[in-house]
Write a protein that binds this ligand. Structure first.
Ligand SMILES: Nc1ncnc2c1ncn2[C@@H]1O[C@H](COP(=O)(O)OP(=O)(O)OP(=O)(O)O)[C@@H](O)[C@H]1O
Ligand SMILES: [Mg+2]
Length: 330
C-alpha cells in the first residue's frame, strides 16, 4: 500500500490587485506518495511557486491562502497549526529549495553561522551534530566543506550557492523536499551535477518531493508523476510515463510539442499562441479555451473538472475527455 506524505485539498491562493483578487492558485488538489517525486510544470505565472509557498504556509505578502487544506498525514493541516508549531515544522518536515535560492542565503553570515542559527531556531542545544551532517552533505554535493562552510555567500559561485541551498534544505532530514527551479540559474554543467545529486538522493534515500520546472526534459528524468498547471488550475495529472507517451489536455500537448525548445527558455512554448489569462475571481469556464484549437461551446459555458481517464493512470480537466462524471482528488 502506498503511503501518502502530503495531501493538498482545494487550495486557493489570491493576490489583491486593483481589478480584484488575482486567483494565483485555484482549487488545486493533489496527493504526494511517499518515496515519489512529482514534477509540477506549466508556463510562467501559472502558480507553481505559489503552491510551493503555500506548502509552508508562507505565501509572500500581500498574497493570502483563502481556503483549502495542506495536510501532512500524521501531523495534520499545516494551516491550522500554531505559529510556533509551523516554525518548527518548516525545514524539519518539509523544506523548499526556492527559485534562485542562492539569493535567499544571508549575505552577512558565513554558511556555518547560518547552520548554527538553524540549530538554535530548531531548539538544538548542540549544533555540532548539524555541522557534521553539513560536512557530509557537502561532500555528497561535491562541495569542499572546509572552504564552503567558512565562506560568506558572495565568496561562492552561483552553482556552489545553489548546492549550499540544497544542503541546507537536506540538513534537518525533512520528509518532503520541494525544489523550485533549482537549476534555472545554473550553467549546463552545474545543472547536470545538481540533477545527478537529486537523482542519487532519490535512489538511495527514497526522496519524497516536488520538482518545479519549466524544463520538461528534466521532469522526464526525475519525476515519477507529473502535474500540469494552467492559470492557477491543475489541468492534468498522470504518471510520468503516461503523460510523456500521450498527454491528454491540449495544453499539455502544446507543452510537449514545444519540448525541444522549451528547455532553457521559460517563456517559450512553440505552437502556443498568446499567454495565460490573469484570473480575477470565479471563472466558470475553461481558462485555456482562447488558445485551444479544439474549443467547443461547452468550454465557454462551464468549467471542466479534473476527472479520471478511463483505463489510465491519468486525470484531466478537459471536455474532450468525458463529462464531469466523477470528481477526483488527485
Ligand atoms: N508577490 C506577489 N504579488 C502579486 N502577485 C504575485 C506575487 N507572486 C506571484 N504573483 C502572481 O501570482 C501568479 C502566480 O505566480 P507564481 O510565481 O506562482 O508563478 P510560477 O508558475 O511560479 O511562475 P514562474 O514559472 O515564472 O516562476 C502570477 O500571476 C503572479 O503574477
Ligand atoms: Mg515560480
Amino acid at each position: 500500500m502506498s503511503e501518502i506524505a502530503l495531501s493538498v485539498n482545494n487550495l486557493v491562493v489570491e493576490f489583491p490587485t486593483d481589478s480584484g483578487p488575482l486567483r494565483a492558485v485555484d482549487r488545486v488538489s493533489f496527493e504526494l506518495e511517499r518515496g515519489t517525486i512529482m514534477g509540477l510544470i506549466g508556463e510562467s505565472g501559472c502558480g507553481k511557486s505559489t503552491v510551493a509557498f503555500a506548502l509552508l504556509n508562507s505565501v509572500p505578502t500581500p498574497g493570502q491562502i483563502v481556503s483549502g487544506q495542506v495536510d501532512y498525514p500524521g501531523v495534520g493541516d499545516l494551516l491550522k497549526m500554531s505559529d510556533e508549531a509551523q516554525r518548527l515544522f518548516r525545514w524539519q518536515h518539509v523544506a523548499v529549495v526556492f527559485q534562485a535560492s542562492q539569493n535567499t542565503l544571508n549575505p552577512l553570515r558565513r554558511i556555518d553561522e547560518q547552520i548554527r542559527e538553524l540549530a538554535t531556531a530548531h531548539r538544538m542545544r548542540d549544533p555540532k551534530a548539524l555541522l557534521e551532517r553539513a560536512d557530509s552533505l557537502c561532500r555528497r554535493l561535491r562541495l569542499d566543506s572546509r572552504r564552503v562552510l567558512h565562506a560568506y555567500p558572495h565568496q561562492l559561485s552561483g552553482g556552489m550557492k545553489q548546492r549550499v541551498g540544497i544542503m541546507l534544505a537536506l540538513l534537518l532530514q525533512p520528509d518532503i523536499l520541494v525544489f523550485d527551479e533549482p537549476t534555472t540559474a545554473l550553467d549546463g554543467l552545474s545543472q547536470e551535477s545538481v540533477l545527478q545529486i537529486i537523482r542519487e538522493i532519490h535512489d538511495e534515500e527514497g526522496l519524497t518531493g516536488i520538482f518545479i520546472t519549466h524544463d520538461l526534459g528534466i521532469v522526464s528524468e526525475v519525476a515519477d508523476t507529473v502535474a500540469v498547471m494552467y492559470a492557477g488550475r491543475m489541468v492534468e495529472r498522470a504518471s510520468s510515463h503516461t503523460i510523456f507517451s500521450g498527454p491528454k489536455h491540449p495544453y499539455s500537448q502544446a507543452l510537449m510539442n514545444a519540448l525541444p525548445r522549451l528547455s532553457g527558455d521559460p517563456h517559450l512554448a512553440r505552437g502556443l499562441r498568446g499567454s495565460p489569462p490573469k484570473v480575477i475571481g470565479d471563472q466558470f469556464k475553461c481558462l485555456f479555451r482562447d488558445r485551444c484549437e479544439y474549443r467547443m461551446e461547452v468550454c465557454d459555458q462551464s468549467e471542466p473538472q479534473l476527472i479520471q481517464v478511463a483505463g489510465e493512470d491519468a486525470q484531466v480537466a478537459c471536455f474532450l475527455h468525458g463529462k464531469e462524471v466523477e470528481r477526483v482528488s488527485v
